[in-house]
Design a protein around this ligand. Structure first.
Ligand SMILES: [Zn+2]
Length: 127
């Protein structure tokens, strides 16, 4: 059986994967994971919404000494999606260059566990 990690924060519609986020009505800050109080202005006036399924890489790295329970190596990337910066596992074995366009999907992050991951939308050059 596969566990879906952070499944409450993932919105799936057919083949489309998005993330549930909060948007502050007072200061426009956007938050993932979604929250009930804005960490910028302390307002409780937040709207719950979902992102699109596309983003761009801010930074990426190959993890060779990983957290307990994770098979190495694996790729982690910070990805900007609709105003939130999300830490995500990435498909493949190469770190992704900044500004690489990516698509959100759901995939294995380690044996028996899935979560949101990102898939590069362009071919990643080997290094
Ligand atoms: Zn706010």
């Amino acid at each position: 059986m596969t566990d879906l990690i952070a499944g409450d924060w993932i919105a799936r519609n057919g083949d489309t994967t998005a993330l549930r986020i909060s948007v502050c009505r007072d200061c426009s800050a956007r938050w993932y994971p979604p929250r009930e109080v804005c960490s910028t202005c302390a307002s409780a006036e937040l709207t719950q919404t979902v992102t699109g399924d596309r983003g761009v890489v801010y930074a990426s790295t190959v993890v060779r000494v990983g957290a307990a329970g994770f098979d190495t190596p694996y790729v982690l990337s910070y990805v900007d999606i609709d105003g939130v910066r999300v830490l995500s596992h990435s498909e493949g074995e190469q770190a992704l260059a900044p500004d690489t366009p990516v698509q959100l999907t759901v995939g294995a992050i380690t044996s028996g566990k899935e979560s949101h991951i990102v898939r590069p939308l362009i071919e990643v050059a080997s290094r």
